[in-house]
Ligand binder design. Structure first.
Ligand SMILES: Cc1cc2nc3c(=O)[nH]c(=O)nc-3n(C[C@H](O)[C@H](O)[C@H](O)COP(=O)(O)OP(=O)(O)OC[C@H]3O[C@@H](n4cnc5c(N)ncnc54)[C@H](O)[C@@H]3O)c2cc1C
Length: 423
């Protein structure tokens, strides 16, 4: 089988890159092993919240020059980061995914980070939030006086006490209530079903979310804020808006324990867009055994397709770093398992495990070593038609910096441009 480009990984980076390539007419295949980081998403995307030295970032685009030269954003370049980040909302909109920025501009005139309420009751910076997820202009000051926090009876993956305590610390008077719905109660017969996605499937039905909204409306006293678990709108996120319109207060959807309903919704819609544009998505399969000719990759195999060669002009590796199993960690080293690429790390994996359990881990920058076009090194030489995108790329600690989705989206756009322009 032959394609123009084969992408490895079914997460945010691979899907964004694949959609961009399909839009320019490339014949694309995505090989996806399974779950990805979107299944654990907070419901918001980070661009940059903290510099490597710990300084908090308010306006990400203003802080790019403080990043090291091997950071993915430095490789993309300040102007291109600004361009790609400004097109992100439109890109996702074209895939049926609503994203919104913080409600204020920064002092320097650049887009500013907003703050989302976490399931732990704290406020964390974010660049863009999914529909239904509120971004506040500040983490220090809130305007609500009273909040009603509503959960489903028996749903343990939404911790109302943490949220009440966090808001209480900001001076908000919180009351917690539970709603019983017959259809949700049926999930309790099997404890493993009483999870966010199980409830979200039930809440996709108009009868159910309307019944839930009516019960919340009845429960509301004089509260100016109503907080609900983010288990609505798996099929169509607009349900969060309709539910909000039923309740006469500000309604905020706050994340639950994984799986993340808003994150899975984004993954489903990106995959649907890729396929509706004519891309081929191979689910539940693993890319293995590449073939090389000099400094080029000519084909890969997959675990399920056996000896069938999947050939392409270009390949994109977006296999998710340590979390996505795009990197292997053994006691003495980190390795990239598909192509045997060179990996940058600050030390061997053993030396990164400090004896003090609570000391910060030095996982900064572990990832595939790439040139400025995100082409990887293998045995010291660059592979000409393989590109790396997303958290597989070295040079940053995206969880620490709060840059995970930004790095995934922007490296994907950059790689798509390089493939299209034939660099
Ligand atoms: C638990 C967690 C939560 C996060 N939450 C957020 C958040 O809320 N906001 C944010 O901005 N960032 C978040 N991040 C950062 C996250 O890394 C990025 O947001 C982004 O989603 C990463 O996308 P990716 O495509 O690079 O990798 P991934 O999403 O990890 O996808 C990699 C994919 O490659 C597949 N794969 C691996 N090897 C192979 C192979 N050989 N063949 C085929 N497929 C393969 C994996 O199965 C996986 O599907 C989070 C990260 C983690 C780990």
């Amino acid at each position: 089988m032959r394609f123009d480009t084969i992408l490895i990984g079914g997460g945010l980076a691979s899907l964004v890159c694949g959609i961009q390539l399909r839009k320019s007419g490339q014949d694309c295949l995505i090989v996806s092993a399974g779950q990805n980081a979107l299944h654990f998403s907070s419901g918001a995307f980070g661009l940059l919240s903290r510099l490597p030295d710990g300084t908090e970032v308010h306006e990400p685009l203003k802080s790019l020059s403080f990043l090291p030269a091997n950071h993915p954003y430095s490789k993309i370049g300040v102007d291109k980061v600004a361009e790609y980040s400004s097109t992100t909302v439109g890109f996702f909109d074209s895939c049926g995914i609503g994203l919104h920025p913080a409600p204020v501009q920064g002092d320097g005139g650049f887009p500013a980070n907003g703050y989302r309420l976490t399931p732990m009751g704290t406020f964390k910076p974010a660049w863009l939030a999914m529909e239904g997820v509120t971004l506040l202009p500040s983490k220090d000051k809130v305007n609500w006086k009273k909040a009603l926090i509503v959960n489903f009876s028996g749903f343990l993956d939404f911790n109302t006490s943490f949220i009440a305590e966090g808001l209480g610390n900001k001076g908000v008077d919180c009351r917690v209530e539970r709603v019983i719905l017959d259809d949700v109660e049926s999930l309790r017969k099997n404890p493993t079903e009483m999870r966010s996605v199980g409830i979200a499937r039930i809440m996709n039905k108009e009868k159910n979310w309307k019944e839930f909204g009516a019960k919340v409306k009845e429960l509301r006293g004089g509260e100016d804020l109503v907080i609900l678990p983010d288990v609505f709108g798996l099929g169509d996120r607009i349900i969060t808006r309709w539910l909000g319109e039923m309740i006469p207060a500000e309604v905020m959807f706050v994340g639950t324990m994984p799986p993340s309903v808003p994150g899975i919704g984004v993954q489903m819609r990106l995959k649907k867009t890729f396929e509706s544009l004519g891309g081929t998505f191979l689910s539940g399969d693993i890319a293995i055994n590449p073939l090389f000719e000099g400094n080029r990759v000519t084909a890969i195999h997959t675990a399920n397709l056996g000896s069938i060669e999947l050939r392409a002009d270009n390949f994109v590796l977006a296999s998710g770093g340590l979390f996505g199993k795009g990197l292997d960690a053994s006691p003495d080293k980190f390795a990239e398992p598909v192509f045997g690429l060179d990996v940058d790390s600050p030390g061997d994996s053993h030396s990164l495990c400090d004896e003090d359990f609570f000391s910060p881990q030095g996982f900064a920058g572990i990832g595939v070593r790439c040139d400025d076009s995100f082409r990887p090194f293998r045995n010291g030489g660059v592979l000409e038609n393989l590109y790396v995108a997303g958290s597989e790329v070295g040079g940053c600690n995206s969880l620490y910096e709060g840059s995970g989705a930004g790095v995934a989206i922007l490296t994907a756009m950059s790689v798509a441009d390089s493939v299209i322009s034939g660099q």
